[in-house]
Design a protein around this ligand. Structure first.
Ligand code: SAH
Ligand code: SF4
Length: 347
């Protein structure tokens, strides 16, 4: 029989039902779950406390869903690596591991490509292929966790900030988050998980009701509708007023600070007026702004803001007491910008 069931796609209760159907005692589900999410086993031979016939049946009828790597790029200092992983149907997705002083952060994808089509984004330039399953999302985090485990290290943070728009693949993204959080399994703290959205208002509203303590990041890039319409096409559907109302709602429901992402593009969204418009939008909102100089991509002519422009922009934010972080362009030299490694393969 062809392997059809991907174990990473199952939540614990589905895994339990599967093994019950197979006539296995109840405790086997817990054992298998721990092999998958605590020991991070990638194949069944490692699962030594499972009887051989069960391991053979698992090998014949299921796969874990671990993803093979097809391409890797490493930053000069080795702190950032980016891997292109192959899915069962031959599609590929990117996942990035960033090593900071204490944190080990995996940036993972939720879709193959993206339908939103932000012009500066390599993923958007390539168009939409398909949604990922929850298991395909989880597998990217486990891929890095397994490597770190081999170095006696561990993955501490996960950001859904790779290819795709998580709130347009809502169910699988949320299932993946809950699976990574499971305290009998991978046990990743909610506060160590970030979901980045382009601003899908109904999705933010739904997320606010999930009773989760994850961080919401909103890719803002502009604080006036006229400019944001150009940079983030979905802004024509979900205007800034509605987006900020949803963000206020998110903070109210969760008590969590919202992050706003802003890729600084020379001469486009880096004028002091935009900084002032941003400050005005943030009044009374528990928020933090992440400024990132644009990562140049093939299909977009914009360039990162110069240091002088950047200083003027941040001076304006300082003046209005807007909390922000100026991010270094991590891994720009390895094309760590979203969608760029896949673009390189396609060439
Ligand atoms: N679709 C989601 C999550 C994936 S994109 C979103 O848009 O939020 C992850 C982040 O990378 C977003 O903040 C996006 O705006 C940013 N990004 C995409 N292309 C970029 C580029 N060329 N330079 C800098 N940031 C970029
Ligand atoms: Fe999609 Fe996000 Fe890229 Fe926009 S920035 S095209 S929403 S992945």
């Amino acid at each position: 029989m062809q392997p059809t069931i991907r174990l990473y796609d199952l939540d614990f209760s589905s895994l339990r039902s599967l093994l019950a159907e197979w006539g296995e005692p109840a405790y086997r589900a817990r054992q298998l779950w721990e092999w998958l999410y605590v020991h991070l086993a990638a194949d069944f031979d490692q699962m030594t406390n499972l009887p051989k016939p069960l391991r053979e049946r698992l090998a014949a009828e299921t796969t874990t869903g671990a993803l093979p790597v097809v391409d890797t790029a490493r930053s000069a200092g080795g702190k950032t690596r980016k891997d292109l992983l192959r899915l069962a149907d031959g599609e590929t997705v990117e996942a990035v591991l960033m090593r900071y002083e204490r944190r080990r952060t995996a940036c993972i994808s939720t879709q193959v490509g993206c339908a939103v089509g932000c012009p500066f984004c390599a993923t958007g330039q390539a168009g939409f292929r398909r949604d990922l399953t929850s298991g395909e999302i989880v597998a990217q985090a486990l891929y890095f966790a397994r490597q770190l485990q081999a170095e006696r290290d561990r993955l501490t943070n996960v950001v859904l900030m790779g290819m795709g728009e998580p709130l347009l693949n809502y169910e699988s993204s949320l299932a993946a988050i809950r699976r990574l959080m499971d305290d009998g399994g991978f046990n990743l703290g909610q506060r160590h998980i970030t979901l980045s959205t382009v601003g899908i208002v109904p999705g933010i509203e739904q997320l606010a009701g999930e009773d989760l303590q994850i961080t919401l990041a909103v890719s803002l890039h502009a604080a006036t509708d006229a400019l944001r319409d150009q940079l983030v096409p979905i802004n024509r559907r979900y205007r800034l007023d509605a987006l900020f109302e949803a963000c206020y709602g998110y903070v109210e429901r969760t008590g969590r600070r919202v992050s706003f992402e802003w890729a600084l593009i020379e001469g486009v969204n880096d004028a002091p007026e935009q900084a002032r418009a941003l400050a005005a939008r943030l009044v009374g909102l528990l928020a933090h702004v992440n400024l990132i100089p644009l990562n140049p991509t093939q299909g977009y002519s914009g360039s990162p803001s110069s240091n002088t422009t950047l200083d003027a922009f941040t001076a304006e934010l300082d003046r209005f007491h807007v909390p922000y972080t100026l991010r270094v362009r991590r891994g720009a030299e390895i094309q760590a910008g979203c969608g760029q490694l896949r673009q390189r393969q396609a060439r």
